[in-house]
Ligand binder design. Structure first.
Ligand SMILES: Cc1cc2nc3c(=O)[nH]c(=O)nc-3n(C[C@H](O)[C@H](O)[C@H](O)COP(=O)(O)OP(=O)(O)OC[C@H]3O[C@@H](n4cnc5c(N)ncnc54)[C@H](O)[C@@H]3O)c2cc1C
Length: 353
């Protein structure tokens, strides 16, 4: 008898949890393939340590060793929901059940002048680039003879205070401080970090208490936190914020939001805020054979009726487990449950940089 085929797209937090739970439940009763660009999974919460140099780029990847799961190295380029096939850069996989867990990517800076100055903060490559950029700016500042140029190179602006922005400001500031301690030509007090967020509070999708604590901790570290403040204009010498201040800088860390993986746009499935719409059992309405979880999925938040669960590691973990369990249930193993997790979010970057 042929076993049902389950394909999981994405081997991040949600995808690996889904694979683990599913494999444990079905105990060989299904063929499970997990497609991920590499045989390792990177936890974005560890990127701050790449910026500070605590971890090397090769140390943030955890090998995808999942008993009962075939890991396929590849990037999915298209999902044909009618034919129940997944196309990836190494071939085609047919499925009876599909779990989409391809995560999110950084929003792209909309203006080319911004792109020229800016670094994102979502991948290992971007974390390394940020480390190199800060190191270079401070080296140039130490040698600068012009005081305006020196001040601009010592000023770092992070736009957007979601998880990536708060992690970027914390890690960047730690790195800048350690460089200043080692270089007698630099004074830590002249290095400015500004975190600007258009919403009324930092981490606007998270609980108020987490926002308040994060803002307090960042201010105590000397970060200039500006809420209800966005970008007004970029010039070659710096930027103007919507509160009117012109900031001379050579660095903009662009983390104004994340968006679901671009895969969503080609799926032909209903989307909400760019994420795949699912019901409270994480199944796609009208397509019970497809589940989605993690950042890519628009999951109703049980703690905040009418709103979507925020993109967070905690939600991804619990949704991944539930998707794995519910897909197993749809194959006759165990029972199906709704999403009930009430997250107690935390900001890993504040604790461990
Ligand atoms: C810098 C940073 C710091 C963060 N800090 C925190 C924190 O402190 N606390 C917290 O709760 N959350 C934090 N987050 C958010 C958290 O990391 C995410 O919400 C979580 O990783 C989402 O899990 P996921 O499985 O949905 O996506 P991911 O973990 O991003 O995994 C998606 C996987 O899918 C793969 N993939 C993408 N496209 C394809 C494709 N086409 N084909 C095949 N595979 C594909 C990716 O390579 C990746 O392996 C942070 C995020 C960032 C960027």
């Amino acid at each position: 008898m042929t076993r049902p085929q389950v394909v999981i797209v994405g081997g991040g937090v949600a995808g690996t949890q889904a694979a683990r739970v599913l494999a444990r439940r079905v105990r060989g009763g299904a063929e499970i393939a997990l497609v991920n660009p590499a045989g390792v999974t990177v936890h974005p919460e560890l990127l701050p340590q790449v910026v500070t140099g605590v971890l090397g780029p090769d140390e943030v990847g955890v090998p995808l060793l999942l008993p009962g799961v075939r890991v396929v190295a590849g990037t999915v380029t298209h999902i044909d929901a009618e034919a129940q096939r997944v196309l990836y850069d190494g071939g085609v996989l047919s499925y009876d059940r599909l779990i989409v867990a391809a995560g999110s990517v950084s929003e792209v800076a909309p203006v080319s002048t911004i792109s020229a100055h800016s670094v994102g903060f979502h991948t290992v490559g971007q974390a390394l680039r940020m480390r190199e950029h800060i190191t270079r700016q401070l080296a140039l500042a130490a040698r600068a003879t012009d005081s305006f140029d020196r001040a601009a190179r010592c000023t770092f602006v992070v736009l957007g205070a979601g998880y990536a922005g708060t992690a970027a400001v914390t890690a960047g500031q730690s790195l800048a401080r350690s460089i200043a301690h080692r270089d007698p030509r630099l004074d830590e007090r002249e290095i400015r970090w500004i975190l600007a967020e258009p919403a009324e509070r930092l981490l606007p999708d998270m609980r108020h208490r987490l926002s308040r604590t994060t803002a307090r901790m960042l201010r105590a570290r000397g970060v200039e936190v500006r809420t209800q403040t966005s970008l007004s204009q970029v010039t070659s010498g710096g930027l103007r914020l919507t509160d009117g201040e012109f900031v001379a800088t050579r660095t903009i860390v662009w983390s104004f939001g994340v968006r679901p993986d671009p895969l969503v746009t080609n799926l032909g499935l209903a989307a909400e805020q760019g994420r795949i719409r699912v019901d409270d059992h994480l199944a796609v309405p009208g397509r019970p054979e497809i589940h989605a979880c993690g950042d890519i999925a628009a999951v109703p938040d049980p703690a905040r009726p009418g709103r979507l669960a925020p993109m967070s590691g905690q939600h991804a973990l619990h949704q991944g487990r539930l998707a794995g369990g519910n897909v197993a249930a749809s194959l006759g193993y165990g029972s199906c449950r709704p999403y009930e997790h009430r997250a107690h979010d935390s900001v890993a970057g504040l604790i461990r940089t």
